[in-house]
Design a protein around this ligand. Structure first.
Ligand SMILES: [Zn+2]
Length: 238
């Protein structure tokens, strides 16, 4: 994947919107494949045609096919098993993902914005939270742990957002809450969350806020969101 234009645009300082025609082709291909999934032409468990066959059928390059498959994988619609092929996943409960935007770039950009915002939020929350607010944050974290135990991962996104929003509410500045709520609509990366990984990081954030340690709360939040960004990039690279 070294030469993938999408990922190299993310990891370099070049403008993200480079190579737009190719992007649009990949997006178009994503939508065509999603359309087949919606219309049950492709059903869960089905293997997608080989790269070369998709290239021929749609008249696109290998790079475009790979980019489209990465996006479909990042959104949880397909899964690539190395050396075997790409399969349609059972995406029950989530419905087909809205991929009408540049999925990976948007996800990474939103996480970058959240790092800027939520590191400060965590620091202030450690200083300003009330006992009642702390109880609410604890409850949100317990809900996330329950999701981890019972495997209802499709609920994880909103439970995770709730945890972050409650921390913002504890920062004692309603502008933070306003921005977080605005972001909720475009909070792309919360679609697929590996709860067991993130809960350990969440506990660190919580513990620092509980003991009023602003410095540690900031560090823990930065680590959590930076790791989320890495997890997301890894998912897209697979
Ligand atoms: Zn989180």
């Amino acid at each position: 994947m070294k030469n993938d234009p999408l990922l190299s645009a993310i990891s370099s300082n070049e403008p993200h919107r480079e190579n737009k025609p190719q992007r649009n082709l990949a997006q178009k291909l994503v939508q065509e494949i999603l359309h087949k999934i919606e219309n049950k032409v492709l059903v869960p468990g089905d293997k997608l045609p080989k790269e070369a066959d998709i290239m021929q059928e749609h008249g696109v390059s290998r790079t475009v096919v790979r980019e489209a498959l990465q996006r479909l994988q990042a959104s949880g619609n397909v899964e690539t098993r190395h050396g075997i092929g790409t399969f349609v996943l059972n995406n029950k409960g989530q419905g087909p993902m809205d991929l009408s935007f540049d999925y990976v770039n948007d996800a990474v950009e939103i996480l970058e914005l959240r790092i800027g915002l939520e590191v400060e939020i965590a620091g202030l929350a450690a200083l300003r939270r009330t006992e009642e607010q702390l109880v609410e944050i604890r409850k949100a974290l317990d809900a996330l742990r329950a999701i981890d135990r019972n495997g209802h991962v499709s609920d994880a996104g909103s439970a995770d957002f709730n945890f972050h929003l409650l921390i913002a509410k504890s920062a004692g500045n309603h502008y933070f809450v306003d921005i977080m709520q605005h972001m909720e609509n475009s909070l792309v990366p919360r679609k697929r969350i590996d709860v067991s990984h993130v809960n350990h990081e969440h506990e660190e954030v919580y513990a620092a806020i509980e003991r009023g340690d602003s410095y540690a709360a900031r560090a823990a939040m930065r680590l959590h969101l930076t790791n989320s960004r890495e997890r997301f990039l890894k998912l897209a690279r697979k």
